[in-house]
Design a protein around this ligand. Structure first.
Ligand SMILES: Cc1ncc(COP(=O)(O)O)c(C=O)c1O
Length: 395
């Protein structure tokens, strides 16, 4: 038997993280590799009660096919939750997605022709590179200064089709984009032809101060905003959302309708039962703010434990910033340390991390001496032990 794969599969690569996660399932390994939320932070009881309620009151309707746009009540909740002065979101412009990861794939499908330019931060989220690459774009490192990606890059001629930004507690870098740079980006967008994808799964996970307003609120016609319930409730429910650009211009209308068609072709709709569970949690007796407060307390403590452990156990010439939110420390070891090559040694020592190289889209910008450490999965005592094991591997 013989058969051929589509040419685009040549551009598909395995996720470095998923491969590493397999290794970390071995007994005895303390893994700081995956960005897995702490299981203790999942509101299991509340979800069980919501499930009883939804099935008890809505029965078969909750198990039926549903609309591709998403549950109307959930779209309204998202619109209401995000709306603020200058950014009044029409619930009709909210598309419920199967995780924000699906949003990235739909956007790639609808926006990226082969050869289209995409501006990406260096480093950036691996899953976005994986989602966009099969469509054949040219990934262009987004030039940045100490404040973050440069606004002028959005105005070049002919300009990038798309710019991809994680403004809050970036994965993997951990940094949060300041208010002034957000405003500069929002002001630059209407001067060019680039659509900004603002990917924000971590905004609620702040430990020092809430992040500034999204860039979308300053340029609602030229930003697609992605959000997710993965980090605030549960990633296993696979429910995220996309706020599509507002306005009644031809481009915005066409984008909204093509995204919906792409969603229909992809999975018809996001699981209706899961959408209903989430809506029941949001509108029923569950106190989301109190839940988030607890999650933040837990993760802040874990972050602080990791910050202390890094200062104690890593070689002196390693560099990092304490992230003001999110899930990750980004560590730069001395230049001669290739963290991919060192990984087997770390695994032997009983610890795992994600090497930095796969988070870069370009060989010119890659930092082979960097690594990403998640502080949310392990308990504090394990974090201390994991970093103690890691230290000698980076010397
Ligand atoms: C920056 C970023 N975007 C999107 C996702 C995908 O999240 P989900 O599909 O679970 O909403 C992740 C997950 O880790 C992420 O870090």
């Amino acid at each position: 038997m013989s058969f051929a794969l589509a040419a685009r599969t040549q551009r598909m690569n395995p996720s470095a993280i998923r491969d590493i996660l397999k290794v970390t399932e071995r007994p005895g390994i303390l893994s700081m590799a995956g960005g897995l939320p702490a299981p203790e932070a999942f509101p299991v009881e509340a979800i069980r009660r919501a499930s009883d309620h939804v099935l008890g009151t809505q029965g078969a309707a909750a198990l039926q096919y549903a609309s591709s746009e998403g549950l109307p009540g959930l779209r309204e909740w998202v619109a209401g939750h995000l709306s603020r002065p200058g950014w009044r979101i029409d619930p009709d412009h909210v598309l419920i997605t199967t995780g924000s990861q699906q949003g990235l794939d739909l956007l790639g499908k609808v926006l990226l022709d082969e050869g289209a330019h995409v501006l990406v931060e260096q480093p950036t989220y691996l899953g976005a590179l994986q989602a966009f690459t099969p469509y054949g774009p040219v990934m262009q490192p987004w030039a940045a200064d100490a404040e973050g990606p440069l606004a002028d890059e959005l105005v070049g001629d002919p300009g990038a089709a798309v710019a991809y930004l994680i403004p809050n507690f970036q994965n993997p870098g951990g940094q949060c984009l300041g208010e002034a740079r957000r405003q500069a980006l929002a002001q630059a967008l209407p001067r060019g032809h680039t659509l900004l994808i603002e990917d924000d799964p971590y905004g609620a996970l702040w430990y020092d101060a809430p992040p500034p307003a999204p860039v979308a609120s300053g340029a609602p016609q030229q930003v697609v905003y992605l959000g997710s319930f993965s980090k605030v409730l549960s990633p296993g429910l696979r429910v995220g959302y996309m706020v599509m650009p507002g306005g009644e211009g031809d481009a915005a209308r066409a984008l909204r309708s093509k995204l919906l068609q792409a969603k229909q072709a992809c999975d018809l709709h996001t699981p209706g039962l899961n959408q209903r569970l989430i809506l029941e949690l949001l509108q029923g007796g569950f106190d989301l703010e109190a839940h988030l407060h607890q999650v933040r307390e837990r993760y802040r403590l874990q972050r602080d434990v990791m910050a202390h452990a890094l200062a104690t156990h890593l070689p002196r010439d390693c560099r990092w910033h304490v992230p003001p939110g999110g899930m990750f420390f980004w560590v730069e070891a001395p230049e001669h340390v290739d963290t991919l090559a060192r990984l087997p040694r770390a695994v032997k020592a009983g610890v795992a991390y994600v090497p930095g190289a796969p988070f870069f889209s370009s060989n010119d910008t890659v930092k082979r001496n960097a690594l990403r450490l998640s502080f949310v999965t392990l308990a504090p005592a394990q974090i201390e032990e994991a970093v103690a094991r890691l230290g000698p591997c980076l010397a």
